[in-house]
Design a binder for this molecule. Structure first.
Ligand code: UD1
Ligand code: CA
Length: 452
């Protein structure tokens, strides 16, 4: 096996997307298209990856930090051939095979790339093109074969004759080349074509003219090679990816009631016997423990849920939920919230940046912010932690076994000691000692057996 390097073309603007964002940064399944292709390429353990960047290159670069990739700049977007030329310097000492990939084909699988690389080695050819046969080849480069059935050249859609346009075998924009021959062939292409660009595809003809061999790998999975040029293609790619992701979870023992109305990002990890009801999005780096039930209509982002948790009609962003805790219906849990096990954040409850201990419950109509709550605490309906004085945020501390009466307002900064009780409707402005009852507006200390 020769060494492998990859070149990922990601310098184009993507005019047809009609977007301020470079095309390759548009996302499906929670990751940009270019990140998808790079992480797929990484499965082949290449010696190095080179992303060719240009349009809003700094932005693309910043999104790819940590992706194990080097960068080559293409100042002006003069075509895919010109883009590949920019990687030459970084490969001057490299003598192996180069996989050229497009940043806008996010669905390619590692298996297919591996097949392409292996076939190149096995047949000992200088170039291998990944092709596929499609019903509607419009927009793609067509594979023109000679009488012997070998790839003779690739003709771009805009340059094709009426006869060539009928060819259903298309160029997927994915190739394997001998590194040295790739760059020497690129020296010989020009930009005399319909788009005035240096086409990478023209090097196939150069290879043939110089008696170098060109092979093809034909995939039978058209959905895998989709090149995303428009928003419509992006939806198509997103749907294909969702199907793949849901199938994977189904195979792993997750029940997804309606996969067509369930959206799960690629990095999400889900345990066994989890049930996901429809109209649910599970996004980012979320982990879900066994036997948890989610949905319907929930959105969970970058969160970690334990086992046997239930989440119904709720939004959770950057939170941690312990085992057997119930969330919703209609809860909004904001970043920095951690709920212990066997707890509850019930209906119309908003919790922000608060840590709540095991078996503590916030069952209805409450706002809890910047608060620490101990274990076995009950927060009565309508309780508000008044954490904002108009200028600064303040903290609330509620210790174990506290009972907060309905409609209490806790004016932060404030501390409510262990096993303390607040009466219904209290406005608590001062710290409450352990084992103490306070009530009224503002709340005052009372004996437990004292009656008004
Ligand atoms: C390209 C192929 C076409 C193939 C199709 C597969 C060429 C000339 N055509 O066409 O045969 O069927 O992909 O999807 O190669 N890019 C740069 N710099 C540039 C131009 C493009 O980095 O100067 C990048 C783009 O960001 C994109 C990729 O190259 O990621 C492909 O460019 P695009 O303009 O989408 O090419 P297609 O017209 O789709
Ligand atoms: Ca394209």
């Amino acid at each position: 096996m020769s060494e492998l390097a990859t070149i990922i073309l990601a310098a184009g603007k993507g005019t047809r997307m009609k977007s301020e964002l470079p095309k390759v940064l548009h996302q499906i399944g929670g990751k940009s298209m270019v990140e998808h292709i790079i992480s797929t390429a990484n499965n082949l353990n290449p010696t190095l990856n080179i992303a060719v960047i240009g349009y809003k290159g700094e932005l693309v670069k910043s999104k790819l930090e940590g992706s194990n990739v080097n960068f080559a700049y293409q100042k002006e977007q003069l075509g895919t051939g010109h883009a590949v030329m920019q990687a030459e310097k970084l490969l001057s000492d490299f003598a192996g095979s180069v996989l050229v990939l497009c940043g806008d084909t996010p669905l390619l699988t590692a298996d297919t790339l591996d097949r392409l690389f292996k076939q190149q080695q096995r047949e000992d050819v200088e170039a291998t093109v990944l092709t596929t046969e499609v019903n509607d080849p419009s927009g793609y480069g067509r594979i023109v074969r000679d009488q012997a059935g070998n790839v003779a050249k690739i003709v771009e859609d805009k340059d094709a004759t009426a006869e060539q346009r009928k060819i259903n075998e298309i160029n997927t924009g994915t190739y394997c080349f001998d590194s040295k021959l790739l760059f020497s062939a690129l020296d010989k292409i020009d930009n005399e074509n319909a788009q005035g660009e240096y086409y990478l595809t023209d090097i196939i003809e150069v290879f043939r003219e110089e008696n170098n061999q060109v092979a093809a790998v034909v995939t039978n999975d058209e959905s895998e090679t989709l090149g995303v040029n428009t928003r419509r293609h992006l939806v198509q790619a997103g749907n294909t990816l969702q199907k793949r992701i849901c199938n994977q979870h189904l195979e792993n023992g997750v029940t997804i009631i309606d996969p067509e109305n369930t959206f799960i990002d690629q990095e999400v990890e889900i345990g066994k016997d989890v049930v996901i009801y429809p109209f649910t999005n599970i996004e980012g780096e979320t982990e879900i423990g066994n036997e948890t039930i989610i949905g319907p209509q929930s959105r969970i982002i970058d969160s970690k849920l334990g086992s046997e948790v239930t989440v119904e009609h709720s939004v959770l962003r950057k939170v941690k939920i312990g085992d057997k805790t119930k969330v919703g219906p209609f809860a909004y849990l904001r970043p920095g919230t951690e709920l212990g096990s066997e707890g509850k954040a019930g209906s119309f409850v908003e919790i922000k940046k608060s840590k709540i201990g095991d078996q503590s419950k916030v069952p209805h109509l409450s706002y809890i912010g910047d608060t620490r709550i101990g274990q076995e605490v009950n927060i009565g309906a309508g309780t508000i932690t008044a954490n904002y004085d108009g200028e600064e945020k303040h903290k609330t501390e509620i210790q174990d076994q506290v009972f907060i009466g309905s409609n209490s307002t806790l004016v932060a900064p404030i501390r409510v000691g262990q096993s303390a009780v607040t009466g219904a409707g209290s406005v608590v402005t001062k710290d409450v000692a352990d084992n103490t009852l306070v009530l009224g507006v503002p709340a005052k200390e009372k004996d437990f057996d004292e009656k008004d």
